[in-house]
Ligand binder design. Sequence first.
Ligand code: FES
Ligand SMILES: [Fe+2]
Length: 436
Amino acid sequence: MAETYSVGIDPKLLEKREGEQWTDKYPGLGKEKLSYLSMTSPEFFELEREAVFRRSWLYAGRLEWVEEPGQFFTKEYEVCNASIIVVRAQDKKLRAFYNVCPHRGNKLVWKDDPTAEMQGTCDRFYCKYHGLGFGTDGKIEVLTDRKSWFFDQGKELQLAEVPIESWNGFLFVNLSPEGPAESLREFLGEYYWNGFDWPFERFTERFVAQGSTKCNWKGLMDAFNEVYHGVYVHKEAFPYLLKMELTEEALEAMHVKMQVLVGKHGFYVSPRNPQGLFVTDIERIAQCAGTGPQYPMVEDHSKIPPAANPQNRDDWGTSSHFIFPNIMIQFYYPGWYLIYQYWPLAHNEMRFEIDCHYLPSRNFSELMSHFGHCATFWDAALQDVNNLEATQRGLEMGAFSEWPLTDQEMLIRGFHKQIYDHVERYKASLRQKASE
Ligand code: FES
Ligand SMILES: [Fe+2]
C-alpha cells in the first residue's frame, strides 16, 4: 500500500477496523436521533443566514475565469442579500466588491435581468442609473454632473471591497460584517490547504446546469453525502442498476469505502462501478455507466490530489468533498471533476448548480462523450431534486421531529451538527452582546 496522506488529521480516521463503525471515531458526534428542525423552521433559517453564510468563506468561482486584466464575473448570494463582482483589476490584483453603486445604490453590473449572474471584460464599470464610472480598483474614474456634488463626496466615491482568497484556483469571498474571523487557510484546515494540488485550471470544458427546487438546501447536500440511495432513486438514469440483484452483499459493495470528517468539512471515497455495463444507447455514446465517461478520456487523470485519495487506493470511483457550508467538489474516475453549489433561498427553497469540468475535447466524439455524460448525469440529479421535494413535504408534515441516521449517514450527521453548533455559537454571541 502506498503512503497514506494524513497531514492535519489523525491517520486512524482514514481506516475502519473490523467491527468498528465510522461514527465511533468521533465521540462527540453521538448516535442519537438528530432533530430536523433545521430543515423546516423559517426562524432557524434566519439564524442560519447570519451564523453560517454571513460568517463563512463562500465559494465564488474559478481563478481561470479572471486571469486577464479587466476580466470579471458576478456572483449572486441571495442568502446574504448580496451580489459580488470578482475582477482581475488593471493592476493585475484580484479584487472583489459588493455589486452596488455608492451613489444611490443601484446594482452596478448586470445585463437585462438584474437578478442574473454575468461575466465579461471591461476597463471600468459604468452605473446604468446616472453614468458614474468605477475603475477595476473600485475607485471613481468618471464623475458625471461634476459641479453638483457637495464637498468631496463625488470624487471620494468608491466601491465597497470584500475579502477574496484562492485555494488551488477555487475563489472564496467572506461577507462577515466584522471581517473574516479566520483566513481561508484556517477555515479549510491544513489537510485541505496542503493536499489539493491538481491541474484544475486545465479542466476548462464546462457544462453547467442550474435550477431551483422546493426543499431545504441541506436536503440536497445530504443526498450527495451518501451514495447508497443510488440503487433506489437512480435506477432509471443508470439502467444497469436495474439488472443488479439487491442482495445484502451487493448493497454492502455500494457503500462508501471511506468517510472522514475533517473539521467543518468532510469527504467520502466510493468504489468504482463495474466496467462494461452499458445498457442504453445514451450510455454507450456517453461511455458512461453511473459515474461518467470512462473511455476514451482525453488524458488519464486518475491520480487525484492526495487529500482526495489519502490511501492511494486504485479502486476509487468517486471522491466527494463537502466544503462547509455549501459546496461539494467531486472527482470521478478516471479524471474529471465537478462542483455542486447548494444556495438557500428560503427554509424550504433552494437554488442548485452543477458545474462539470473536463479537459477540452480534441474532437467531436469526445465532445459528444462529455455532453452525453452530462445529459445522463443531470437526469440523475433531477431525480434527486424531485425526490427531495417529496422529502421536504414529508418533513413538514410534522409527524416526526427527529431522524435516526445510520453509519452510512455519518457525514450527514457531522454536517448537521456543524450547522447546529454554528447557530448555537451565534446565539451565544448575541446574548453576550446584549448583556454588555
Ligand atoms: S446610482 Fe449609480 S450613478 Fe447614481
Ligand atoms: Fe442521488
